[in-house]
Design a protein around this ligand. Structure first.
Ligand SMILES: [Zn+2]
Length: 56
């Protein structure tokens, strides 16, 4: 079971995105977010941080 990068909840049916893991709930939220939504930026930042922390 992996921990979601965005909401920090553990979930079984999520997806891997680069080094991050996104649960089904956040995946759905992400798909509905517009690029102009401030929340979108927030999510992207979290994904970036997750990628950096495991790659470097
Ligand atoms: Zn999540």
């Amino acid at each position: 079971m992996a921990k979601c990068t965005i909401c920090n909840r553990t979930s079984e049916n999520g997806i891997r995105f680069l080094q991050a893991y996104i649960c089904h709930t956040c995946e759905k939220e992400l798909l509905e977010l517009k690029a102009t939504d401030p929340r979108y930026r927030e999510v992207i930042e979290k994904l970036k941080q997750a990628s950096y922390s495991t790659t470097f």
